[in-house]
Design a protein around this ligand. Sequence first.
Ligand code: FMN
Length: 181
Amino acid sequence: IEQTSNSSFIKKLKSTGRSLVVFYGSQTGTAEEFAGRIAKEGARYKMKGMVADPEECDMADLVEMKEIQKSMAIFCIATYGEGDPTDNAMDFYEWLQNGDADLEGLNYAVFGLGNKTYEHYNEIAIYIDQRLEELGATRVHEIGLGDDDANIEDDFVSWKEKLWESVCSHYGIEETGEESN
Ligand code: FMN
């Protein structure tokens, strides 16, 4: 799984024949690890994936995702503090709040990482999931909420299994035997 090194994740998707980009908002690495696992599994569903750090991407390019056939953006997003985004997701969060991009044609799903002992449980992931829909994007699978106070790995794995079912029915694809890209 490659990491984007410049701002244009769209160019990179196109030039490498990928259709899945998995963004992460992560402070201590959990969301980043989850993102990597999703990107890798995409190959099983004929969706070659890559992981991307929103801080290193021009997220306005999300409007161009619709130019890539059967494409999808997945967001693994942690919440911190008083319901704050991680440092690397801050600019993206502000762009969503302040902007009014037309995201029609963007297919997406969100997995949130949080902890139920905090008042603002998974607030950023919930916001991003709702905001993307508001901006016209298509939710391919319902948001998953991971609770680090219980077993976030289990939460993630069960969400991910259902995610791929939704992806297959949404795009009319079947699982292949292929393990990775
Ligand atoms: N989870 C929430 O749902 N809401 C919060 O407000 C919140 N604040 C946190 C503050 C601190 C200092 C820490 C250590 C965790 C907090 N969490 C909160 C839980 C994290 O989001 C959760 O552990 C997540 O898995 C971290 O992901 P990361 O390793 O990718 O950074």
